[in-house]
Design a protein. Structure first.
Length: 416
């Protein structure tokens, strides 16, 4: 790093500490207001003031997260329990006992003192350096009974001659100390204001509970679909086969010349029932996924689409079988919806794999130039996609303004 970059880094750190010193005054005011609210909890007015105070406290802590995130380049996450519009006593007690409230209160108390002291030190170091280098030029202008006071009183040329050395010391402290102090203040915000591990574990448990419920819903919906397909399709055809065979048996007894056509019809019905059973098995887990992978399977879907489909799978990598099966059905359902409802002239499907801390994410992007207005309502194909995505703790985003175009984006974690 060249000297100019190092100077810019230290100037940036100094500005950050100066801003934090000013913000510390506000933090002290917030701390004072919090102590007043706490003292008023013995009265009903204190309980009424808590939600308003917490909203302001969260806003102020959020500003600190933004400042620390901009300085370090690492955003500081925030997770708060919601504040009801008309909170009752139990809601207020829950908000006061929340870990997020304790974190914010601790940060305000520590920041109000530490940031102010450190900010004054950080500003004082370069000012002390400048003053030390200037003392030899102006110390004689002061009255003898009020000498310049720096590290020591300057009353002679010998004392003034040592001031540049003191200035060098201030410069060294400022050069190395200011960035370290800035990192310390930013780290304080990251440590105190970021959600704790227990909060992350609690949210993870909640997310797993939701995804488990979604998986059960998706499983139940899949079972209902299979049962409906069996009942309405293959079962009815097999019943017809049995009836045709019964008629053929009767014909063999009384009119043998009429038995052959009935047997042929029964054979055709049995073949159709077998075809429907194969289709049903294919829909449970398409064999083409094992044979060609997700890219090849989706390519086959795009080739059969009634709406011209452009497919991009250049950034796609293999994923667990369950994830690939879910992605296959998402694309199949999305193309079916485009064909039935969009009135589009073209659809584009993009599949890619993005690396992240969850072991990678499979991203599905389906865009069409149709009329728009799609809604992921209950009972629609999009709601089925939503249930399937939720079962994998994934994310579905639908953007479909009236007049189009429509964009469906689905993210499926590969390390679920």
């Amino acid at each position: 790093m060249v000297l100019g970059d190092r100077l810019a880094t230290r100037w940036r750190a100094l500005r950050f500490l100066a801003v934090e010193a000013v913000a510390a005054v506000v933090s002290l005011c917030m701390l004072t207001a919090g102590l007043v609210v706490a003292a008023l909890l013995v009265l009903i007015v204190g309980w009424l003031a808590v939600p308003r105070y917490l909203r302001v406290l969260r806003w102020w802590a959020g500003r600190a997260r933004l400042r620390a995130g901009r300085f370090t380049g690492r955003p500081v996450p925030e997770r708060y329990p919601p504040i009801p519009d008309d909170p009752g006593f139990a809601d207020v007690f829950r908000l006061l006992a929340a870990p997020a409230t304790r974190r914010d209160a601790s940060w305000v108390a520590i920041h109000g003192v530490a940031a102010l002291v450190i900010g004054v030190i950080a500003i004082g170091l370069p000012l002390g350096m400048i003053n030390s280098f200037a003392i030899p030029f102006y110390w004689r202008a002061l009255p003898p009974d009020e000498p310049v006071s720096n590290i020591y009183p300057v009353t002679s040329w010998w004392g003034a001659a040592g001031m540049p050395l003191v200035g060098v010391g201030f410069a060294i402290l400022a050069w190395w100390g200011i960035p370290a102090l800035a990192r310390g203040i930013a780290g304080l915000a990251g440590t105190l204001l970021a959600p704790g591990r227990e909060t992350e574990l609690s949210e993870r448990v909640s997310a797993l509970t939701v995804s488990r419920a979604a998986a059960l819903d998706a499983h139940a919906a899949e079972l209902r679909r299979i049962e409906r397909d069996l009942h309405d399709g293959a079962q009815n055809r097999l019943v017809a086969v049995v009836m045709m065979l019964g008629l053929a048996e009767r014909s063999l007894r009384v009119a043998p010349d009429q038995a052959l056509p009935q047997l042929l019809r029964a054979q055709d019905a049995a073949a159709e029932a077998l075809s429907e059973l194969r289709t049903l098995v294919h829909d449970i887990y398409p064999p083409v996924l094992d044979e060609l992978g997700l890219g090849g399977a989706v390519s086959a879907l795009a080739g059969r689409s009634s709406v011209p489909c452009v497919l991009d799978v250049d950034g796609l990598r293999r994923a667990p079988a369950a994830v690939e099966a879910a992605a296959y059905f998402v694309v199949a359902e999305a193309l079916t919806n485009v064909a039935k409802h969009s009135g589009a002239e073209q659809v584009r499907v993009t599949l890619s794999t993005c690396d992240d801390d969850r072991g990678g994410t499979l991203v599905i992007d389906v865009r069409d130039d149709g009329v728009g207005g799609a809604i992921a309502s209950s009972g629609s194909g999009l709601s089925g996609i939503g249930r399937r995505v939720a079962a994998f703790e994934g994310k579905m985003t639908l953007d479909s303004p009236l007049g189009g175009p429509t964009r469906l984006e689905v993210e499926l974690p590969c390390g679920f």
